[in-house]
Design a protein around this ligand. Structure first.
Ligand code: SAH
Length: 250
């Protein structure tokens, strides 16, 4: 069981209060998770974090501190962002139980990240767009924002339950003959796509509207494998060549 959980990391973005970092470490260790990544924490390392971690100071000691969310999730095949509310455009939102099942399923083979937002403002739209799914704890609609460590506790509890349940099963029903793409590879695709759409005069860089956001959502949803990504990049390169030939001829 713990084999699946060991491929799931918890990413805390820009946490203000070190006490919350400690409390998250404790919540994780209680549920059998050990990989914590801190993106630009405000006040860390800190005695308060260690105190709140209680017996989980080993999770803190091995926590990775990075500058950007991109670094924290670069090698992940599945990235889920925890959000207390909905944003600009609708994104696939899972409830914690279904979300945990999917994360544990992916973690059988690939790296998975659960991304938690800032205490005051949560995750930005740009950060949320890096996630294939959002997970929302269906709390009291009139007061739906949980404390950061409390929200993490609920979600890692569901991960443990999903992992316990999956321990009875063997292999996932289907997996591709090629490995899934990582977040960094998807970023490369989106940059290439954006550039190509500009060259094709399909995307106006002065008035991009929601196009790239919608395309990200589309490709995030299908779970591309490496071969499919290579095909798409090949098509983009061919389109760029054709567009430049056409431009020269005119
Ligand atoms: N005021 C912020 C909430 C921050 S709470 C906002 O409106 O976005 C800190 C973090 O805890 C959030 O970014 C989110 O990752 C998590 N969280 C809090 N409540 C949650 C909920 N109901 N469902 C999922 N995640 C939640």
């Amino acid at each position: 069981m713990d084999m699946h959980l060991s491929r799931i990391r918890v990413v805390l973005v820009n946490t203000s209060h070190p006490g919350n970092i400690g409390a998250v470490a404790r919540a994780m260790k209680n549920m059998g998770l050990s990989r914590l990544v801190l993106v630009a924490p405000n006040d860390y390392p800190s005695a308060e974090a260690t105190a709140r971690a209680s017996g989980a100071d080993d999770v803190l000691a091995t926590a990775r501190v990075v500058e950007t969310l991109e670094e924290a999730i670069a090698d992940c095949a599945l990235v889920v962002g925890a959000s207390a509310r909905t944003r600009t455009i609708p994104w696939p939102v899972l409830e914690p139980r279904a979300c945990a099942a999917r994360m544990v399923e992916t973690a059988v083979r690939q790296e998975v990240a659960l991304v938690m937002g800032r205490e005051r403002i949560g995750l930005t739209n740009t950060e949320l767009e890096r996630c294939q799914y959002h997970v929302h704890i269906p709390a009291n609609p009139g007061y739906s924002s949980l404390n950061l460590a409390a929200a993490t506790q609920v979600l890692v509890y569901e991960l443990r339950m999903a992992s316990l349940q999956r321990a009875g099963k063997t292999e996932p029903d289907w997996h591709s003959d090629h490995p899934p793409v990582t977040a960094a590879e998807l970023d490369g695709l989106y940059e290439h796509l954006e550039q190509t759409l500009i060259e094709l005069d399909f995307l106006d860089p002065d008035n991009p509207r929601q196009l790239m956001r919608r395309l990200r959502r589309l490709y995030n949803r299908v779970g591309l494998d490496q071969m499919e990504l290579n095909i798409l990049r090949g098509i983009l390169t061919a389109a760029q060549k054709a567009a430049s030939k056409y431009r020269k001829r005119r």
